[in-house]
Ligand binder design. Sequence first.
Ligand code: PMP
Length: 399
Amino acid sequence: KDFWADVPEAPKDPILGITEKFLADSNPQKLNFGVGAYRDDDGKPVVLDCVREAERRIAGKNFMEYLPIGGLKAFCDESVKLAYGEDAKCIKENRVAAVQTLSGTGSCRLMADFMHRFAPNAKCFMPTPTWSNHHNIFRDGGVEIQGLRYYKEDTCSLDYDALLEDINNAPAGSFFLLHACAHNPTGVDPTPEQWKGISEAMLAKSHFAFFDMAYQGFASGDCERDGAAIKIFLDDGHNVACSQSYAKNMGLYGQRIGCFSIVCADEAQKVAVESQMKAIARPMYSNPPLHGAALVNTVLSDPQLKAQWFKEVKGMADRIIDMRGKLREHLEKEAPQRTWNHVTDQIGMFCFSGMTPEQVDKLAEEHSMYMTRNGRISMAGVTSGNVERLAKAMATVIA
Ligand code: PMP
């Protein structure tokens, strides 16, 4: 018997499919602006010096045992301090439930599974558009998704009024997935004042906020500033949940290291919630991997290494901000029929350029430049050496 005869081929992942097309292109000048992984100004992947030093300190340690189900406790403690602030009341009161996860994706999946189990039938509102994998994660976790208006196409900026309207119109006690900073794919974040407005509107309706924070430090270059939305919510009295990833900000993509936490009402609730997070993790993957946790913990728990990391993450963010400026400059010269302020107004790894799918196809076919069909440019792939070429090609396809 052929058991799998009826298995159809799955649709290609919209982001990873770009890499396949890029690799198949024989043009030596080809450029990949698809995948969100940082590159230096020579287009090379980067290992941070603080990570190299942590690696050196860990090397030779005689420990390859399993971690507990919830991962490395010291890592989780450092991680929640980074997310909520060293002096956060919720940490002092020991009411943050946290487990180590398989990077940001694994954290989001734990949130979805947790919701499915303990808030069954609840829908999760998420921005339109959002990271495409959010849809897959919550669908597979058994959580129904509802769109949340977020982005205004004509100005490539935040549709604040529509966002607030959707928050106000949602049934009281609804769940919302929000990007803590560097919204993917639009690069459009609310201002601190707008976050305050969002927080107050959500509090008034007793909504729950789950922050996906995949880019802390990577947006502005300042971890504190990038975490500001969460602190605004905490100060207003929200008990939020948070997904953290060290893929981008520490360059640990393949190590799969992240943290999932829920701020609870009190310590007893924290104990219960954390035990249930582990109960979900145990049959899924038993326990998370050791190496990335040891690396991040080494960096975050040593003040000197941590300071060095802050400097290095700022270096990455600054290079991207610099490239935004250059890209805008070239676009204003090459394609003055449009405004390009959104290129520098947006923040984080991605520039939501406003190009149509057909224009993106033309960039690939005629210029060997690859990106997702929604016009999202990974700024991490833009360098001093290719920014002008990119702008010129964009000007040609939008003309
Ligand atoms: N959330 C968002 C918004 C992201 O952009 C990403 C990375 N593309 C992730 C989560 C998760 O990435 P990872 O699992 O590699 O940490």
